[in-house]
Design a protein around this ligand. Structure first.
Ligand code: GLC
Length: 442
């Protein structure tokens, strides 16, 4: 169920960590695209050591960044479990030299820093024969053969239709066995880690085989009623998760943008294409302004070390979020850019408007369509009070003019400037759909 803390959290960190960190290849998709056979891909387990895994250190960086929640992959589509489980041997304890559960210590470390715990868990599981036989409509022999070859299993996106009568009994049994493991693993994670967010992903479909989303949600909430589920558990999600694109307008209800720091979800050693701090902050501000959260992903390497670039970015984000905390947490969505060319947020009592101008080059910023008197405008960068004047306005039809804010060079922040506008009373703006009216007609 949606919780108040999520709406206030604003910044989250997403961690994609799994076997793929060994060769530094795209998570799971490397085998689904035919780049590697499943068998080759799974051999990465032999080198998954995690010897430098220090979740307490991770948690310090997340805290420093100003993140209030973190989501870590416990199982990606490849099917490898980063936790101890009785439902498959293909897990970090039994199948790797690492030999220990990685998820419980992560949850503990975050809680020590008062950060909410999110667990990513894929619905679909490409290592599960029963699941794959149903989804790909294959016999066990066909599946075994496929796993040895470099095969793009594109047909997983197709609905292969209801089982043929002669297969029905067998495939139903496959699906039941898979669902028992699927629910069992969720139960294990829920019970042991008591996550604040259960973040599910990719749900492949086949007519006649149900994911029982309602029951799964019930089970999750039965174990911890306050756990939030993202929007990828059929229609049972509590919020929407646009991926790698920023919605142009605020979405209905709660939402979170998930995206990558560089071009990859997980660790890829050749990928140094990290977005610079200005871009990341701008993306974050876009989310804040539209009432959404920002979930930013990186990938630790196979040892569990966080790339140096990631550490640097987290600290840089932290410098900005620390300095402008009052404009970020907790606030609500701000104004449409028609009112102000930049991002904006509103304090909870709606009497303070925070502005994040996107272009300060002229030193003259325009705020349009806001009727309130203004008590004071300050640059949060320097604390200096700024001059502002209201020009124009058509009082007889209750249309305010434009407020011009004068910004000096010294009031600007290289990363993103923030202004505080203290209003008299809660914000009162012109309806964005109101069309021009002439004095004569009124
Ligand atoms: C996609 C991809 C996956 C990634 C996820 C993050 O659904 O399948 O690789 O983990 O998005 O949102």
């Amino acid at each position: 169920m949606m919780q108040d803390w999520f709406k206030k959290a604003k910044l989250g960190i997403f961690i994609h960590w799994g076997l793929y960190a060994v060769e530094g290849v795209p998570e799971s998709w490397t085998m689904a695209s035919g780049q590697m056979s499943c068998e080759e891909y799974y051999r990465q387990a032999e080198k998954f050591t995690a010897e430098k895994y220090d979740p307490k250190e991770w948690a310090k960086y997340f805290k420093a960044a100003g993140a209030n929640y973190v989501v870590l992959t416990t199982k990606h589509h490849e099917g490898f479990c980063m936790f101890d489980t009785e439902y498959t041997d293909f897990n970090v304890v039994k199948a790797t030299p690492c030999g220990r559960d990685l998820i419980v210590p992560y949850a503990d470390a975050l809680r020590e820093q008062d950060i909410k715990v999110g667990l990513y868990f894929t619905n679909t599981d490409w290592a599960d024969d029963d699941h794959m036989r149903v989804i790909l409509d294959m016999t066990q022999e066909e599946l075994d053969a496929m796993r040895k070859e470099k095969t793009a299993f594109r047909t997983m996106w197709e609905d292969h239709g209801p089982a043929k009568p002669e297969q029905k009994e067998e495939l139903d049994a496959c699906w039941q066995r898979f669902m028992t493991r699927y629910k069992g693993e969720i139960r294990e994670l829920m019970t042991r880690c008591q996550p604040d967010i259960f973040w599910t992903d990719v749900m492949l479909q086949r007519t006649g085989f149900s994911w029982e989303c309602k029951d799964v949600k019930k089970m999750i909430e039965g174990i911890k009623p306050t756990t939030i589920v993202n929007g990828r558990l059929g229609d049972q999600g509590d919020y929407q998760t646009p991926e790698c694109y920023i919605p142009l307008r605020p979405l209905d209800g709660e939402w979170e943008l998930c995206t990558t720091m560089n071009d990859s979800w997980g660790y890829q050693k050749q990928d140094h294409n990290y977005k610079d701090i200005k871009k990341l902050v701008r993306m974050f501000v876009e989310c804040l302004s539209k009432g959404g959260n920002f979930l930013l992903s990186f990938g630790p390497d196979r040892t569990g070390a966080m790339p140096e670039e990631v550490k640097k970015i987290l600290l840089e984000i932290g410098e900005w979020t620390g300095k402008y905390a009052e404009a970020i947490y907790p606030t609500g969505a701000g104004l449409d850019p028609a009112y102000f060319l930049g991002g904006s947020t509103l304090s909870e009592d709606k009497e303070t408007l925070y502005l994040f101008p996107y272009d300060c080059s002229t030193g003259q910023l325009m705020l349009n369509g806001v009727r309130n008197k203004v008590k004071k405008i300050t640059s949060l960068t320097t604390g200096r009070e700024l001059k502002h004047t209201m020009l124009g306005g058509a009082g007889w039809i209750n249309m305010p003019g434009c407020r011009w804010i004068e910004l000096g060079k010294e009031d600007m922040d290289d990363v993103c400037t923030v202004l505080k506008v203290e209003l008299e009373g809660p914000i009162d703006i012109v309806d964005i759909n109101r069309n021009a009216e002439s004095a004569g007609e009124n």
